[in-house]
Design a protein around this ligand. Sequence first.
Ligand code: LMR
Length: 398
Amino acid sequence: MFEHVDAYAGDPILSLNEAFQKDPRAGKINLSIGIYFDNEGRIPMLPSVRAAELAVVEAAGARPYLPMEGAANFRSAVQGLLFGEGHPAIAAGRIATIQGVGSSGGLKVGADLLKRYFPDSKVYLSDPTWDNHRAVFEGSGHVCETYPYYDPATGGVRFEALLAFFQQLPARSVVLMHACCHNPTGVDLTADQWRALVPVFRERQLLPFLDLAYQGYGDGIDEDAFAPRLLADEGVSFLIANSFSKSMSLYGERCGALSVVCPDADQAARVLGQMKFMIRRNYSNPPMHGGQVVAKVLTDPKLRAMWFAEVADMRERIQAMRRELHRVLVAKLPGRNFDYFLTQRGMFSYTGLTADQADRLKNDHAVYILRSGRMCVAGLNTRNVEATAEAMAAVLGA
Ligand code: LMR
């Protein structure tokens, strides 16, 4: 019956992480998947999240189905976090938010919605982007193409090329953009570049779809929401999928959301209705527990303040590891420029290593980075950073 089913080639991120788990070598270093590990190499249980979870469990009662769109307290807390409490777009009721299954689930619901109501629109992804973006949108039947983004020559954004590309796109094209901490490059648009895009979005009638999976890992929780707040202020219609996997260290709880910022409340109500339909036919309704933990952290002033401080600690630890990696690499290979480790932001660095070099890093040194050259800097700690830098220097110097 299933003779014709192809073998799965595996996922470039998840399969590599599985290979790491099976690697018997002592001292192996996992810089593959986008997970924040603390300095002890553990996935942290944030004290704010732990306290919220205990309170949620204490108060837990019956477990009815959540509504298709998720829990109301979670959805409104997400809106406040993304757009700022009391933002006029929230007050006007023109943002439709659903509780997703991680931000991947939000991307999927958004992709389905767009396929139904923008069937002829192509989806444009940054070159490069998160490995799963194309799969999610193609899985919903979209045709995906790329727009210029990363410049390997400068280690920056090809902003003029990006702007020129957007300026010739057909109306209602979907442009998928990373709101902060670009995955995989760690190279972000500046505030001025975002501002320069606003008239292009308007005049070309483009539909931005933001992905905000690393809120707080760039400059801060509010600072990293600059792009959605700007677009909402400027009256641009757009979608945004966001996640609490990284920011609350709640990976397996699959907590995230999809928000669609609409011109008015009437359109937002209809968009919300259709998102409910997309959810109903995908997975019916979201799970309860993780979302309630997130809502508790966001709505309890004491826990919220704790969480902001915990995210700052994670962000600063990553920055310290970037500095240390840079220091050792510069000492080992003095002729080379490794400044990109200092300027890239968030969890990831695009190392510039080739697939072959990444393979050698894994095979000869038990250091796992993606074959695209992406390294999860958040997997470094004071015990493995030197060994990582030495392994990289060996591979680069060979
Ligand atoms: C990553 O990019 O490594 C993370 O977002 C995890 C994933 O699902 O790919």
